[in-house]
Design a protein around this ligand. Structure first.
Ligand code: NAD
Length: 321
């Protein structure tokens, strides 16, 4: 009987689907990230592994599983935790969970955009403070989105949906991507900018949706933050290292930009020094895909990929190297 290891408890029917398919399924008994040693021990002898983005899948991981390994299914769309050439060289299929989390992440990006532009975290604190003003003409003034310019960095599945939501709220939408998308421009009325700099100079809100690659690491750095308007906001729901977090703290402190909304961080779960003390940033702990709908569908899609590959079929959502 083929063995499938699931490195953390997941919601939805994914585990049941794997058991119904006739596999022996071992699910981590801990509701936390497994320590490296625990992980390497737990995955031994598996034919398939359903893993988290917090699990580094490299040569050591592949060797720890052993020669039966045929598929590693990430419970995520991003695959920056995978060493793809290593998986390829061992003939192990890699899969991810695109599409099923797009709506959740796009809505979360907008939740952060609205929270930071309307100062919701500060207002919540004030409301609970015991002596909030009943009403104050100048208390916690924020920024309206209608008529403002939304800059989408990375117009893939999630970035496109964020652009659509922005449009539906009356924002002008500009985007930068390595690939121009004329069909999307015609359908949604988004305007292509040929460099990230052009986008950063113009946008009132910048929302980042690129994958973490060598080419996108610190895409937002000190120089590029300086190009943004002092009234502009930066929101990142992609991967932490896309933004130089130390540079961002500096920019938020000295008024280079107005504020930021962050779901992801450079060295999770840690934050850059000074970030936690700032009032012009709203933060969530990597929960952009955390809806019951998305997380259940992610588990089910990962399970379907494993069932397909261990039955000799092609996976539904392979990751291309
Ligand atoms: P996608 O592949 O559909 O879109 C990524 C887009 O970025 C593509 O259009 C690609 O052309 C573009 N791109 C690549 N390199 C670029 C560059 N240097 N400059 C500009 N654009 C570039 O992926 P997606 O499904 O939209 O997901 C995007 C990312 O969001 C994932 O890779 C993942 O890291 C992140 N994500 C985070 C969470 C979360 O919980 N916070 C959840 C899901 C996804």
């Amino acid at each position: 009987m083929a063995k499938v290891v699931v490195t953390r408890k997941i919601p939805g029917n994914g585990v049941r689907m794997l058991r119904d398919a006739g596999f022996e399924v071992a699910v981590s008994p801990h509701d936390r990230v497994l320590e490296r040693g625990e992980l390497l021990n737990f995955i031994q002898g598996a034919d398939g592994v359903l893993c988290m983005l917090t699990d580094k899948v490299d040569e050591e991981f592949i060797n720890a599983v052993g020669p039966n390994l045929k598929i590693v299914a990430n419970f995520a769309v991003g695959t920056d935790n995978f060493n793809l050439p290593a998986l390829l060289s061992h003939n192990v299929q890699a899969t991810n969970t695109p599409d099923v989390l797009t709506e959740a992440v796009a809505e979360h990006a907008f939740a952060l955009i609205m929270a930071i532009t309307r100062r919701i975290a500060e207002a919540d604190k004030l409301a609970r403070s015991g002596f909030p003003p009943a009403f104050g003409p100048e208390v916690l003034l924020g920024m309206e989105l209608k008529g403002k310019t939304l800059g989408v960095l990375g117009l893939g599945r999630i970035g496109s949906r964020v652009a659509e939501i922005g449009k539906s709220m009356g924002m002008d939408v500009i985007y930068y991507d390595i690939k121009q998308n004329a069909d999307f421009e015609a359908k949604v009325g988004a305007v292509f900018k040929s460099t990230p700099e052009d986008l950063l100079k113009e946008a009132d809100v910048v929302s980042v949706h690129v994958p973490l690659l060598d080419s996108t690491r610190h895409l937002i750095n000190t120089d590029r933050l300086k190009m943004m308007k002092p009234t502009a906001y930066l929101v990142n729901t992609s991967r932490g290292p896309v933004v130089d977090e130390v540079a961002l703290v500096e920019a938020l402190k000295n008024g280079t930009i107005k504020g930021a909304g962050l779901d992801v961080f450079e060295n999770e779960p840690n934050h850059a020094p000074g970030l936690d003390e700032l009032t012009n940033v709203v933060m969530t702990p990597h929960i952009a895909s955390a809806t019951i709908e998305a997380r259940s569908a992610m588990g089910e899609l990962a399970a379907k990929n494993i069932i397909a590959v261990l039955s000799g079929q092609p996976p539904l959502t392979p990751v291309k190297v």
